[in-house]
Ligand binder design. Structure first.
Ligand code: FAD
Ligand code: MLT
Ligand code: ZN
Length: 470
C-alpha cells in the first residue's frame, strides 16, 4: 500500500499536543506497540504518537490541529475490532477514547443513558444493573470494547435478536468532524423527525467520518430471570428446525439463538480446557430466554426441550438456570474467538447468508482447503443469519490465504449475502465492498466521505476502496 500525502509528525506537533494534554501524550516506542497492533495480531501500524483526551473540546482541538496541519488520524476505542480498522496503517496520529469514560446522565424511567464514548460496555452494564436496567447489546469483547467503538462498528452481538441493532437503540450522538467542528445530535428523544437523521451516518462508519465523543442510548429493563438450553443436533438443518420451534415455544422471551459446529466445540475444549455438559454432537444450539417470571420461563423452555427431542430435531439437551452454569455454557460460545488464537494464525470471516445456504459455505471451504488449514470452524448468531467462519493455520500462509480469498467473498455474493455482517470492512475487507453493495451505493458513500472529510485525514485506508476516493 502507498502512504497518503499527509504531513509527517514534527517536534512542533508533539509540543502542541503535550501542551494541550499534559501527561496524556504517548511517544515511547514500547508503550505505542499495543495501540499499533490489532487484537488478532494480524496488522500493525507505525504511529509515533497516541493522544488521550478526556473531553470533547480536547478531541475537537486535536482534530482541528490535525486538519490544519494535514496530519492523518486513527480513532481508537477498546481496540478489539477484527478487521484492522482500529490501528493505524502507517503513522497516523492515534486518538484513543480510553480516558473518556464518564456517565453523563441516566433517566431511570425511560432507560435513556447518556455517556462519553470511551465507557467500557461491561462497565455500563454493571452501572445499569443498579437501576434494574441493561445494555441493549452484549458481545464477547464486553470487558474491553467501548460504546463509541460499538457504535462506530454498529456491533451486533448476542442480544441483537431480542433488542435490534444500534441503528434503532442509539438515540443521539455527539461527534467531532474531521475539521474539528463539534456536531451535537445528542438528543434523548425517542421520536424526532426533524430533518435528516444524521447520527445514522456515523453508526457503522468505522471512524472514517468523525470521532464519536458521546452517545445517548435506550436501555431495556434487566430481565428478572434468565435460563439457557444447550442442545445437540445431528445436522445443520435440525438447528434451523430448533430455531423455528424456539420462536414458536418461547415467543417474546427468546433472547438469543446461537450455534456452534462440533469443530468449534472441540476447539474450545482443546485450546481453553472448557467443559461441555453434553457429549459430542455434530452441531449445537444455544438457546437463551429472558423474562420476568422464572417459573413461567423455565416451564416454557422445558416444553421447548421436550418438543424438539420428541420431534427428533435435537438428540440431547440440558437446561441451566443457575448463573454460574449459565456463564459456563455461554463461555463455550463466547470464547471461540479467543480459542482460535491458540492455533497460531486466524483467517476470520463474518458473513450474512440466507439460512438455506448458511452451512454449505463451511463444507465447501473445508473441501477446498484440505490440509492447507489446521481447522475450519463455524459458529455464530444463527438467529440473525450471521455466520462466523474461521480458518486457522500455525502461521500465516499465502497459499492458504489465496485459496480463501476472493473465493469466500464470491461465494457469499452468489447467494446475495453480505461479506461483513457485523465486524465492518476496516482495512481488510474494504476492497471487497462491491460484492455486497452496488456501484451507485459505493459512489454515494465516497461522495459523503469527500464532503465530510475533504482532506481524507479521518481513518484513511479504511472502509472504502482506494480507487473510489482518488
Ligand atoms: P475499536 O476496535 O477500537 O475500533 C473499531 C472501529 O471503530 C475502528 O475503525 C475505529 O477507528 C473506530 N472507532 C472506535 N472508537 C471510535 C469513536 N469513538 N469514534 C469514531 N470511531 C471510533 N463484534 C460484533 O459486532 N459482535 C460480536 O459478537 C463481537 N464479538 C467479539 C468478541 C471478541 C472476543 C472480540 C475480540 C471482538 C468481537 N467483536 C464483535 C468485534 C469488536 O469487539 C466490535 O467491533 C466492537 O464494537 C469494537 O469496539 P472497540 O471499542 O474495541 O473499537
Ligand atoms: C463472536 O460472535 O464470537 C464474535 O463476533 C467474534 C468472532 O466472530 O470470532
Ligand atoms: Zn459475532
Amino acid at each position: 500500500m502507498k502512504r497518503g500525502s499527509f504531513a509527517v509528525l514534527s517536534n512542533e506537533d508533539i509540543a502542541f499536543f503535550k501542551k494541550l494534554l499534559p501527561g496524556r501524550v504517548i511517544t515511547d516506542e514500547s508503550e505505542l506497540l499495543p495501540y499499533n497492533t490489532d487484537w488478532l495480531k494480524t496488522v500493525r501500524g507505525a504511529s509515533k504518537v497516541v493522544l488521550r483526551p478526556k473531553t470533547t473540546q480536547e478531541v475537537s482541538d486535536i482534530v482541528k490541529y490535525c486538519y490544519d496541519h494535514n496530519l492523518a488520524v486513527c480513532p481508537q476505542g477498546g481496540n478489539t475490532g477484527l478487521v484492522g480498522g482500529s490501528v493505524p496503517v502507517f503513522d497516523e496520529v492515534v486518538i484513543t477514547t480510553q480516558l473518556m469514560n464518564q456517565i453523563i446522565s441516566l433517566d431511570q424511567v425511560s432507560g435513556i443513558l447518556v455517556c462519553q464514548s470511551g465507557c467500557i460496555l461491561e462497565a455500563l452494564d454493571h452501572y445499569l444493573s443498579n437501576y434494574e436496567l441493561t445494555m441493549p447489546l452484549d458481545l464477547g469483547a464486553k470487558g474491553s470494547c467501548q460504546i463509541g467503538g460499538n457504535v462506530s462498528t454498529n456491533a451486533g452481538g448476542i442480544r441483537l435478536l431480542r433488542y435490534g441493532s444500534l441503528h434503532g437503540n442509539v438515540l443521539g450522538l455527539e461527534v467531532v468532524l474531521p475539521n474539528g467542528e463539534i456536531v451535537d445530535c445528542l438528543t434523548t428523544l425517542r421520536k424526532d423527525n426533524t430533518g435528516y437523521d444524521l447520527k445514522q451516518l456515523f453508526i457503522g462508519a468505522e471512524g472514517t467520518l468523525g470521532i464519536i465523543t458521546a452517545v445517548s442510548i435506550l436501555c431495556p429493563p434487566q430481565p428478572k430471570s434468565v435460563s439457557v438450553a444447550l442442545l445437540g443436533c445431528e445436522t445443520f438443518d435440525s438447528i434451523l428446525q430448533v430455531f423455528k420451534s424456539s420462536k414458536l415455544y418461547l415467543g417474546e422471551i427468546l433472547s438469543a439463538f446461537e450455534f456452534m459446529d462440533s469443530q468449534s466445540m472441540i476447539l474450545v475444549k482443546e485450546n481453553l480446557k472448557l467443559n461441555s455438559p453434553l457429549v459430542d454432537y455434530p452441531f449445537y444450539a444455544l438457546v437463551e430466554c429472558s423474562g420476568s417470571n422464572a417459573h413461567h420461563d423455565e416451564e416454557k423452555l422445558m416444553s421447548l426441550l421436550h418438543a424438539v427431542l420428541d420431534k427428533g430435531e435435537a438428540l440431547d439437551g440440558c437446561i441451566v438456570t443457575d448463573s454460574a452454569k449459565i456463564k459456563n455454557i455461554w463461555s463455550l460460545r463466547e470464547r471461540c474467538a479467543e480459542a482460535l488464537m491458540y492455533d497460531g494464525y486466524c483467517y476470520k470471516y463474518d458473513v450474512s447468508l440466507p439460512l438455506s445456504a448458511f452451512y454449505q459455505l463451511v463444507l465447501d471451504m473445508r473441501d477446498r482447503l484440505g490440509a492447507n488449514a489446521t481447522r475450519v470452524v463455524a459458529y455464530g448468531h444463527v438467529g440473525d443469519g450471521n455466520l462466523h467462519l474461521n480458518i486457522t493455520s500455525r502461521q500465516y500462509s499465502k497459499t492458504t490465504f489465496d485459496l480463501i480469498e476472493p473465493f469466500v467473498f464470491e461465494w457469499v455474493a452468489k447467494y446475495r449475502g453480505s461479506i461483513s455482517a457485523e465486524h465492518g470492512l476496516g482495512l481488510k475487507k474494504r476492497e471487497y465492498i462491491h460484492h455486497s453493495k452496488t456501484p451507485s451505493a459505493v459512489a454515494l458513500m465516497a461522495a459523503v466521505k469527500k464532503t465530510i472529510d475533504p482532506k481524507g485525514i479521518m481513518n484513511p485506508y479504511k472502509v472504502l476502496p482506494e480507487s473510489i476516493l482518488r
